[in-house]
Design a protein around this ligand. Structure first.
Ligand code: PLP
Length: 396
């Protein structure tokens, strides 16, 4: 079956929710992918921050293969060792409380939203409210969607879940003003990912922490894109002055297997009780085995320091290119702001033709999320490719 056949079948059988690039990938190794014609690509998107330990990482593949050969699923009605060991590892590496597993990022946030609402009801709040930032992205199920202002305004999908409001991004005064007695939680991304890589300032994070402490609300950090080493520490919050009450993770956690986690502080961990939440597949054997293998690789000071160093090298090189105005982000989560007038979508298509995969989250930005295991030569190759694509764009 060739690409034209796939496109015809997709057009007939798949709901039209995605605009796909005309490439069929068939193989991957580390930071490299190959399409059906055998063309090699350098993957600086990593399945949107999923393949952080590289494609087909041997340790992850072996963990999944070994687990698949022994036992794949039993349900959450029984004990399984990978899930319990993973919960211990996640809790001990962050907030010290308990974990609820899910199958995706949006579901991890659903759990956080349930914790926040129930926590507020216990304080006597009748109509709990969750505050997020404009342009935040928390997912596409109805709770997370309501906390994603850019998508929640889609009239065709209404009515939205009530009890959500948003304030201007990175505005500590607006955030403080929005948090009060009835606030259940502030649910925010430490670095906005889907919006185009916009880090939240420390002043705003501190304002959020303080406002939550004063009102009794929970601070929930959505680390679905920033977590698992992406910014050069296991969790992005470790490089900020705040510690959340609840942390959500997914994407890179499973190294390509679908898994999410909602991790809470000891106090917030006590909110949910039997019957409040559940999921058939969550914390399943295969995904948990993969996640343990991922953490074994990523939760390593040497690797995390390398992420900061290689990220610095990438940022400095990009800033030296004609056509690049700014580089935002931390570690290997970078948004390349192009000079006014440059169409990032056209540059992105040019890069794909030249064998470099990036993504264009907004008209003037290229988003780079390479594997954390990317080497210096691959970083140089990516920068040279971006330079060539920008030169060719300018020459048109
Ligand atoms: N939160 C953030 C910050 C994300 O970047 C995403 C996905 O891009 C999500 C939540 C939703 O995750 P998922 O697509 O796994 O549901």
């Amino acid at each position: 079956m060739n690409l034209t056949d796939l496109q015809a079948l997709e057009e007939r059988y798949l709901m039209r929710t995605y605009r796909r690039a005309p490439v069929e990938f068939v193989r991957g190794e580390g930071a490299l992918l190959w399409d059906a014609e055998g063309k090699e690509y350098l993957d600086f998107l990593g399945g949107i921050s999923v393949c952080s330990v590289g494609h087909c990482n041997p340790e992850v593949v072996e963990a999944v293969r070994e687990q698949a050969g022994r036992l794949m699923h039993t349900s959450n009605l029984f004990y399984t060792e990978p899930m319990v060991r993973l919960a211990e590892r996640l809790a001990e590496s962050s907030l010290g409380g308990r974990v609820f597993f899910s199958n995706s990022g949006t579901e991890a946030n659903e759990c956080a939203i349930k914790i926040a609402r129930k926590h507020a009801h216990r304080r006597g709040v009748e109509a709990p409210e969750i505050v997020s930032f404009e342009r935040d992205f928390h997912g596409r199920t109805y709770g997370s969607l309501a906390a994603t202002p850019g998508l929640a305004s889609n009239p065709g999908l209404g009515p939205m879940l009530p009890g959500f409001r948003s304030v201007p991004f990175d505005d500590p005064a607006a955030l403080r003003a929005a948090v009060g007695e009835s606030t259940a939680a502030v649910l925010i991304e430490p670095i906005q990912g889907e919006a185009g890589i916009y880090p939240l300032g420390d002043a705003t994070l501190l304002a959020a922490r303080q406002a939550c402490d004063e009102s009794g609300a929970l601070l929930i950090l959505d680390e679905i894109q920033t977590g698992i080493g992406r910014t050069g520490s296991l969790w992005a919050y470790e490089q900020t002055p705040v510690r959340p009450d609840v942390l959500t993770s997914a994407k890179a956690l499973g190294g390509g297997m679908p898994i999410g986690a909602c991790i809470a502080s000891p106090e917030a961990s006590e909110v949910l009780e039997p019957g409040d939440h559940g999921s058939t597949f969550a914390g399943g054997l295969l995904a948990s085995a993969a996640a343990l293998a991922v953490l074994e690789i990523v939760d390593d000071p040497v690797l995390l320091r390398r992420v900061r160093e290689v990220g610095g090298q990438l940022r400095d090189s990009l800033l030296g290119l004609d056509g690049v105005d700014e580089v935002r982000g931390r570690g290997l989560m970078l948004g390349v702001g192009l000079a006014a007038g440059i169409d990032a979508a056209a540059v992105g298509s040019g890069l794909l033709e030249r064998g470099l995969i990036v993504n264009v989250p907004e008209p003037g930005t290229l988003r780079l999320l390479p594997p954390l295991t990317v080497d210096s030569d691959q970083v140089e190759r990516a920068v040279a490719t971006i330079e060539a694509a920008l030169l060719s764009y300018a020459a048109q």
